[in-house]
Design a protein around this ligand. Structure first.
Ligand code: C2O
Length: 543
């Protein structure tokens, strides 16, 4: 297998968008940043040079990082950030997964502009488990702020309020012509009756998105770099963090068709109409020469912004490949650890760091615990060195009695190497409930069941143990629940958190601490020599 080497230089860059000139942090002067393209089985080395004024880390979203936990990237979970004018080389292997993933900054709100696609093709000589497309097009959806996003986040955190909304949605960095002062438009030129593989990524911070192309349907073949059974739909739904590989046959009549991207606002009951109702557009254009270039493209009819039925139909409809077909994986039948995790939104008294906060701050919790990252040392260093005082291992397996006030902590759940874990994720069934895309680092999981209302033991008989879809990010339905199962076959510290970036500083996360196994190949490796550690050497902390 080959090693794919990349250098990411992270720097400030001036961009004209929405009639403004804005300084953003970008990689190699590109938005989106460079696409990483590898074949399954390859090794990757990315030297990240931080020329920005901010502390920074990069996460390879969905990469399993088997025995390379030091390359995972979430700030203060697996590493201290790369400080300005420093660098760190992320080294990992891409094994046992194919399809579309992505990479993004995993510190403050920097992922708003520090992101790009990560494409894994089958090994040379192997083919896709579907007819080869004529073309492949990465379609990276994003959110755009006219303000500096680090300021957007720190204002929200210090005031204890939710951050302001983005000013636009983007497709491959471009807003499309329905916004003012639009620059170039994302355009796909197609030949009639060819097949295009769209590699769609929701790189947005906080907004779930509906995606349609007028006059065209899609066949979904993979999500989160896990193959699926073919699923036909005219609407793709992507929560922040999700990826979808979809085949689109260019079988419409000659002309041009809008690609449209709009918000799915899952807040329920939807009394606030809080979502941004604007539309990012691109164009699918047939035979550009014969098309009348002045004709207005056809616009798709989009779902309503609070159309949870369409979102749930998409998510609930996905299946894994049929047993024994390419890409199929067997569900482990014996469960070692059963957990129920309640996702809660609420309030906590302002703390002393929240300088512009009055009274209470918005907060979020898993099982009543509002998660805080450690400040002095990453969790993975503390685990590797056995340093006490950085975290506690008392994350509760079940929700506290209702009415229990939220607590603040850095709690992990220890797992024995190779144990099988099943988690019921429960959203509130009353306001405020919203769809939280819960992302697990280090593993893919099977999605055994999803439903509305409260999970009950009677739902167990409805588990799909035959062909469940596998994912790394699960959109827990608003007012509902979902059940996942995974095997903890990777020692290290693995963040499990809401992928709405606004909910991370609010505390909607926890960490799984997977122990070493007993056989060679099941131990935490030592940290790489260039791991950033703020100059501490050796690592010590008072108890
Ligand atoms: Cu895509 Cu913890 O993140």
């Amino acid at each position: 297998a080959a090693t794919a080497n990349y250098t990411f230089t992270v720097e400030s860059m001036r961009v004209s968008q929405l009639c403004n000139s804005t300084d953003i942090i970008a990689v190699n002067g590109q938005l989106p940043g460079p696409t990483i393209e590898v074949n399954e089985g390859d090794a990757v080395a990315v030297n990240v040079i931080n020329g920005s004024p901010y502390n920074l880390t990069i996460h390879w979203h969905g990469i399993l990082q088997l025995l390379t936990p030091w390359a995972d990237g979430p700030s203060m979970v697996t590493q201290c950030p790369i400080q300005p004018n420093s660098s760190y080389t992320y080294r990992f292997n891409v094994t046992g997964q194919e399809g579309t993933l992505w990479w993004h900054a995993h510190s403050s709100f920097l992922r708003a502009t520090v992101y790009g696609a990560l494409i894994i093709r089958p090994k040379n000589g192997s083919s896709y488990p579907f007819p080869a497309p004529d073309r492949e097009v990465p379609v990276v959806l994003g959110e755009w702020w006219n303000r500096n996003v680090v300021d957007v986040e720190s204002d929200a955190v210090s005031s204890g309020q939710l951050p302001s909304q983005s000013d636009a949605f983007t497709i491959n960095g471009l807003t499309g012509e329905l916004y003012q002062c639009a620059n170039e438009t994302f355009t796909v030129d197609v030949q009639p009756n060819t097949t295009v593989l769209l590699r769609v990524i929701n790189a947005g911070l906080n907004t779930h998105l509906f995606f349609r192309v007028a006059g065209h349907a899609f066949t979904v073949v993979a999500v989160d770099a896990c193959y699926t059974a073919n699923y036909t739909t005219d609407t793709l739904v992507l929560a922040p963090g999700h990826t979808v590989d979809a085949l689109m046959v260019a079988n419409a009549s000659a002309g041009s068709y809008y690609v449209a991207v709009q918000a799915y606002d899952s807040l329920s009951p939807n009394t606030m109409a809080a979502s941004d109702e604007t539309t990012a557009t691109g164009i699918v254009r047939y035979n550009s020469t014969s098309t009348n270039s002045t004709a207005t493209p056809v616009m798709p009819t989009m779902p309503g912004s609070s159309d949870s039925a369409t979102a749930n139909a998409f998510y609930f409809g996905l299946r894994g490949p049929a047993p024994a077909s390419p890409g199929a994986a067997a569900v482990p039948s014996k469960v070692d650890v059963n957990m129920t995790i309640e996702l809660g939104l609420g309030q906590l008294p302002c703390d002393s760091t929240q300088t512009s906060c009055a009274g209470n701050a918005v907060a979020a919790a898993m099982n009543g615990m509002s998660f805080r990252l450690p400040m002095q040392m990453s969790l993975l260093e503390a685990q590797f060195n056995g340093t006490p005082g950085v975290y506690t291992a008392d994350f509760p397996d079940v929700p506290p009695p209702s009415g229990t006030p939220m607590t603040v902590g850095t709690k992990v759940r220890r797992l024995k190497y190779n144990s099988t874990v099943e988690i019921v994720l429960q959203n509130p069934t009353a306001f405020p409930s919203e769809n939280h895309p819960i992302h697990l680092h280090g593993f893919n999981f099977f999605v055994l069941a999803q439903g509305l209302g409260n999970f009950t033991p009677g739902n167990v008989s409805g588990y799909n143990l035959v062909d469940p879809v596998s994912r790394n990010t699960l959109a827990v339905p608003t007012g509902g629940w979902a059940v996942i199962r995974f095997v903890a076959n990777n020692p290290g510290m693995w963040f499990f958190h809401c992928h709405l970036d606004a909910h991370v500083p609010m505390g909607l996360g926890m960490v799984f601490a997977v122990d070493n196994g007993t056989t060679p190949g099941s131990f935490l490796p030592p940290p790489p020599a260039d791991l950033p550690n703020f100059g501490r050497d050796p690592v010590t902390l008072p108890v």
